[in-house]
Design a protein around this ligand. Structure first.
Ligand code: IVH
Length: 683
């Protein structure tokens, strides 16, 4: 190295230290120590040096946060230590039960010491540091395998590319939550609106979308942040004795940890922390959805171990659903797939737990009566997670003078056909069927949906256009579309048009179950469709079956039988089915399966809860049903097995209290593989 280069290297190293220190103060401590201009000057000097002396450039230089070109895809990362999930508690009683359970296991009734921290609503991410340098970052994925998002994570300014401090371990895998703080979230959405691009529903989605960018230059524009909350594993340094000390150690390495974390003793003090955090929630700069409570002693954590995929030593206390008060500006009526008319309240936009809500469902006309809700009323809106917000009650004390009754619709808001009110029926329907454009659109969306014919790329907007333009008047006409017609639609180029056409062609090879489900017969979900397929074996036989014959199938009662029979009597439906078969839809013959062909699960009732890692819940359900098991939505004494995935909540506790056998996915897999399933095409 020439003398000149050595001098440059020294200066670059000192600049890097200096810049890192200032970034740390700015992004981690939130306490900037120099004006932006001075910082920029240091940064530009470093860039200049690195440009003139490329040999002094290092990957952990602060100038190297943003990559220069997009990646083709994300590689897989296998987590050395699985990234677990947490059980839930919803009130102080459940927090008390959590402590009692631990005390019982330890045969010691003394109150326990815990660390409580906000449960951040973002994405769990793992960072791997080798010799103090960030070498890999990964998403949690299914807990065992995630995606390599190193380039994106490098752009997050509060994450050090090189650790600081004295006790830098040889290897450190640290975990935490990547979030988009509320201010960044609203700025991002304003920008998105300005560019005519999609608005993110909440900060979590925005953070997820930002981390999923293949081009880290886009991620770099999103003001993401990360709080670290655990060590996955470590080599070369020994772990401290408590979680509180782990957080202090991570902080000493320059990683950002949540300043709200606190040590408390006993379940009551935990409940108090949770109450205080719920109060503080609206003043925090980011969204949280609860509190994570962890047994403080790492030795006790090790002793307590895990159940399924969650530790016994930690629990997530979840805040109750969010509420807010706002005014109803108007009420519209929407038409669903089966013609059901649903009233939707248009609201003066209001933020409910960080999400702006401007519509809320009123479910049905009876609900309007029950709530005695009127236009211009002030109402309490409630939103729980991803559930559609609903109007919970009217604030009667605030009823304004101009509160007006919501008129009962006499005609379908879309096709204008007269609505019939049947005595005793809660739901009012438009009877026009597919002649009503709203129902036609919904029928097509259902037909192409994932569990039906799964036509990729044919989204809701496209379906709306196809119907509005009169290109498709029934589901069979989808197969008559050509690339030219498709490419003329909004947001469609020749390439996406070709993709849709290909996806439609591909969907022609299907299964009888999917086909039956896709027809959208009332009350026929995928389970009933499968039962029909397996019991009758062919479409012709189902079409020919009368109500009595249909009712012989397990789980098909008189009402469902009537819907099925009625559907296949309608001339319009018969014609559409003919056209679909003419268009080339086909499936393999279905073996009619007797219930007990050697499967361990046949005839047994299962309930699946929590998030599964090996299959999706749909797949697990389909596999079970394929082997003659029943899959129910709620736990009762009749349940034979509860399959508990991650974040199993109330169903798990109910199963335990009823003495229902609880199995994990691995055990389910074993039960399923004791015989080989034969009707694979249904998956
Ligand atoms: S600890 C075994 N601490 O919650 C311990 N998790 O349901 C597992 N989360 O996927 C994680 N804030 O993404 C922990 N302070 C915090 C957290 C936190 C948010 C998320 C995390 C995890 C999920 C567990």
């Amino acid at each position: 190295m020439s003398a000149e280069t050595t001098t440059a290297a020294k200066e670059a190293a000192s600049l890097r230290n200096n810049i890192n220190e200032h970034s740390y103060r700015y992004y981690v401590l939130d306490a900037p120590s120099i004006p932006d201009n001075d910082y920029d000057r240091l940064f530009r000097r470093l860039q200049e040096l690195e440009k003139n002396f490329p040999e002094v450039l290092v990957l952990e230089s602060p100038t190297q946060r943003v990559g220069e070109k997009p990646q083709p895809h994300f590689d897989e990362v296998k987590h050395e230590v699985p990234m677990l999930s947490l059980g839930n508690a919803f009130d102080s009683e459940e927090l008390g039960d959590f402590e009692k359970g631990i005390q019982k296991q330890l045969s010691d009734t003394s109150p326990l010491a815990y660390t409580c921290e906000p449960k951040l609503d973002g994405l769990a991410v793992s960072l791997l540091y080798e010799n103090g340098k960030l070498v890999r970052a990964a998403t949690r994925g299914d807990g065992s395998t995630g995606e390599n998002i190193t380039s994106n994570v490098r752009t997050i300014r509060s994450i050090p590319l090189a650790l600081m401090g004295e006790n830098i371990p040889r290897k450190l895998e640290v975990r935490g939550e990547v979030i988009l703080p509320l201010q960044g979230f609203s700025q991002l959405n304003s920008k998105q609106i300005g560019k005519g691009e999609k608005v993110f529903a909440n900060p979590r989605n925005a953070a997820a979308g930002s981390l999923r960018q293949l081009d880290s230059r886009i991620t770099a524009t999103r003001p993401l942040d990360m709080y670290c909350y655990a060590i996955g594993w470590m080599e070369g340094e020994s772990l401290p004795a408590t979680h509180g000390e782990v957080l202090a150690y991570l902080k000493s390495l320059g990683l950002k940890v949540n300043p709200e974390a606190a040590q408390v003793t006993g379940a009551e003090a935990v409940a108090e922390y949770c109450r205080a955090m719920a109060e503080k929630r609206s003043t925090l700069a980011y969204e949280i959805d609860g509190v994570v409570v962890k047994v403080d002693s790492l030795a006790l954590q090790a002793k307590l171990g895990f159940v399924t995929r969650a530790p016994r030593w930690a629990i997530a206390y979840k805040f109750p659903a969010e509420e807010a008060v706002t005014q109803i500006l108007d009420v519209d009526f929407q038409v669903g797939r089966t013609g059901a008319i649903t009233p939707v309240a248009r609201l003066k936009p209001v933020s409910v737990g960080g999400v702006t809500v401007s519509n809320a469902t009123l479910h049905n006309l009876d609900e309007i009566k029950r709530l005695d809700v009127r236009i211009n009323d002030f109402v309490v809106i409630c939103r729980a997670g991803d559930v559609i917000p609903e109007v919970q009650r009217v604030v009667m004390a605030q009823r304004p003078d101009n509160a007006t009754q919501i008129p009962q619709p006499k005609h379908c808001p879309v096709c204008n056909s007269e609505l019939e009110y049947t005595e005793g029926e809660v739901i009012v329907r438009c009877d026009a069927g597919l002649a009503c454009q709203a129902q036609l659109k919904e029928a097509i969306k259902h037909f192409v949906s994932r569990r039906a014919l799964d036509v990729e790329g044919l989204g809701a907007k496209l379906v709306d256009q196809l119907v509005d333009e009169g290109l498709v008047n029934n589901v069979a006409e989808l197969y008559h579309l050509n690339v030219e017609q498709l490419s003329k639609l909004e947001r469609m180029g020749p390439k996406s048009a070709q993709n849709v056409k290909d996806a439609l062609d591909k969907s022609k090879q299907t299964s009888l179950q999917r086909f039956l489900y896709s027809l959208g017969i009332r009350e026929v979900g995928d389970a009933t469709a499968l039962a029909l397929a397996r019991n009758f074996g062919s479409l012709e036989k189902i079409q020919a079956a009368n109500e009595e014959v249909l009712m012989a199938v397990d789980d098909i009662g008189p009402i469902v039988a009537q819907h099925i029979h009625h559907f296949f009597q309608q001339e319009e439906n018969i014609n559409v089915i003919h056209s679909l078969l003419d268009a080339g839809l086909e499936w393999d013959p279905v073996p009619v399966v007797a219930k007990s062909e050697g499967s361990q699960v046949a005839g047994k009732t299962f309930v699946i809860t929590g998030t599964l890692a090996l299959f999706t819940r749909e797949q697990a359900k389909a596999k079970l049903q394929e082997q003659g098991a029943k899959v129910s939505g709620s736990v009762s004494k009749k349940t034979d097995y509860l399959v508990a995935g991650e974040e199993a909540g109330s169903k798990l506790s109910k199963a335990q209290s009823l003495g229902v056998e609880v199995i994990d996915e691995q055990q389910l897999q074993e039960l399923l593989t004791l015989i080989q399933p034969h009707a694979k095409e249904n998956l």
